[in-house]
Design a protein around this ligand. Structure first.
Ligand SMILES: Nc1ncnc2c1ncn2[C@@H]1O[C@H](COP(=O)(O)OP(=O)(O)OP(=O)(O)O)[C@@H](O)[C@H]1O
Ligand SMILES: [Mg+2]
Length: 140
């Protein structure tokens, strides 16, 4: 039984499957569900300072839309999910949030939006599995 489940979402199909599994487990355990989307600011973009800021604001807008979708989806399934938007390295933020929120299960997809074919895990799911102190559900 879990009391707080954190699911990381990035707009990929795998993340959706992680969310579906997390919703199922939240229902069974009567657990709180936190849905986290992390915006990773690009290293360098464009020639002007404002370009990077504009780019980040587009990414934030996208992340908000993704989270609103998930909140609505959770509502339809009878769960009240809390959504979280953060900026930084996704794996670090997922692990930090799990600790800060005292989540006792983390759910992620095995892969995300990255294009590299053939790998079982992406860099985010791999770092979460390797470094988490709590159980990790990896959806395929
Ligand atoms: N920005 C993010 N915010 C929240 N969760 C994320 C984010 N990126 C990835 N995840 C979670 O991690 C899972 C695996 O994604 P990951 O990024 O590791 O794979 P990938 O995109 O295929 O590989 P890579 O990013 O290393 O090229 C996703 O299904 C999602 O659950
Ligand atoms: Mg990725």
């Amino acid at each position: 039984m879990f009391s707080k489940i954190l699911v990381g979402v990035d707009g990929s199909e795998c993340a959706r499957r992680a969310f579906d599994a997390a919703v199922g487990m939240a229902k069974e355990s009567n657990a709180k569900l936190l849905v986290l989307c992390v915006v990773q600011p690009p290293m360098v973009i464009g020639q002007r300072k404002e370009t990077a800021a504009r780019f980040v604001s587009i990414l934030e807008r996208e992340a908000k839309l993704i989270l609103a979708d998930y909140a609505a989806e959770a509502g339809k399934k009878g769960i009240k999910a809390e959504t979280l938007l953060a900026k930084g390295y996704p794996a670090k933020i997922i692990l930090y949030t799990a600790r800060a929120e005292k989540a006792d299960l983390i759910a992620v997809g095995s892969r995300g939006l990255g294009g590299m074919k053939g790998m079982l895990l992406g860099s985010v799911s791999s770092a979460v599995v390797q470094n988490s102190k709590v159980p990790v559900l990896v959806a395929k």
